[in-house]
Design a protein around this ligand. Sequence first.
Ligand code: SAM
Length: 434
Amino acid sequence: MATAARRLVPFHLRPPGARPLAAVAAAPHSRKRDAVSCKSTGKTRAKNKAKDTTMWRPQRRELEEHLKRRTRSAGAFDPGLYRRHSHSHHVPVLLGEVLAAFRRPLPLRSFVDCTLGAAGHSLAMMEAHPEMELHVGMDVDPSALEIGQRHIEAFLVSRATGEGGEDALQGTLRAYTHVKNFKYIKHVLGGVDESLADGSSGVDGILIDLGMSSMQVNRSDRGFSVLNDGPLDMRMDPKATLTAEDILNSWPELEVGRILRDYGEESNWQSLQRRIVKERKTGGLHSTGELVKLIQRTCTISGGRQGWIKTATRVFQALRIAVNDELQTLEDALHSCFDCLAPDGRLAVISFHSLEDRIVKQTFLELIRGDEAEDDEEDLVCADIDDEDEPWFKQRVQGTNGTVLTKRPTTPSQEEEKLNQRCRSAKLRVIQKA
Ligand SMILES: C[S@@+](CC[C@H](N)C(=O)[O-])C[C@H]1O[C@@H](n2cnc3c(N)ncnc32)[C@H](O)[C@@H]1O
């Protein structure tokens, strides 16, 4: 698909009748997609049943666990690795699984972490790949990048002084950090070395770990937290102009409702939409606390079906996606990242909600299929992976341009979930370029 066709027109500028992005993402599978992904009407039925709120809670939990078991990481959880790379700023999720995803290609000479954060994944990768020659860390949030940068610098110093052990002395690593949205990966890599961005050499590994770091959620002045009062900001990039306050107080009523429905998947979106817009008559909403109170009042009136916290979480998710244009950014970035990979190079993506995961799943299939094969329904081949070296990849989907190594996503082990509640919804998908 051409880049121009994927570019998002902001909601309020879209032509009448344009489908919202999430609706596009949620559109029924084409026959082509069904061929590779949806033999499973039984699975879909079970999934819907698991969402059925009238079900008795223990029964629902059991069903949810049954569904999760199919995707739970098959790797042994390594508590030492987990502890070594977890700290107050952030606990990296699916760490062992990310390391496993990049066990090939070997040697892994170049690696890009598109969402550096506190550099938990990056440091584990540097430790696991002493042969790495180039590391590029990007983050759109300068305060997050600063922390990640400090951790990398400390790691490189300890490595240079030999504190990291014998392995750590191998190789010379050039490490760069950039405050940049990951959709500009080509531009960033072009600045480091032109051959990396123009496809003539490319990088061996790229990671995107979506969502927020603990340091962002815990800072009330960013406006991401449902539980701490703060400004209605929610910008990942502090230089961006649109805030959650702008959306709530000035976007057309229908657009407000639409993001709550499509980006928050909130069933109560109509009442919320009406109340948010009504609030404008008395000066509007100006803090996350005010928004939460409005949600609490709405939930009480509607019987508080699933509790106000769940509704608030969905409303905050919707606003965050809209403020940061997260879904279109992700789709664009996946195309750019794939272009930047070297042959056999891998791209791993960790997503945290179904809208993101659907985009990753569908874009990966588009990427391996390639433009020229658009009309060929038989161009993708599903097969079991029986590779002794990489037992964690069970089923792949093969296309002309590459391979999706995770036909089903990998989700955290029960051990990891017990230690880090925030990882519960994480899903890892991996693609390899031909
Ligand atoms: C879950 S954290 C990453 C944590 C990191 N993997 C670690 O182990 O410490 C996600 C990071 O992605 C950043 N981020 C979100 N959207 C971004 C984008 N479009 N471009 C670049 N960085 C982004 C956030 O600022 C945040 O620091």
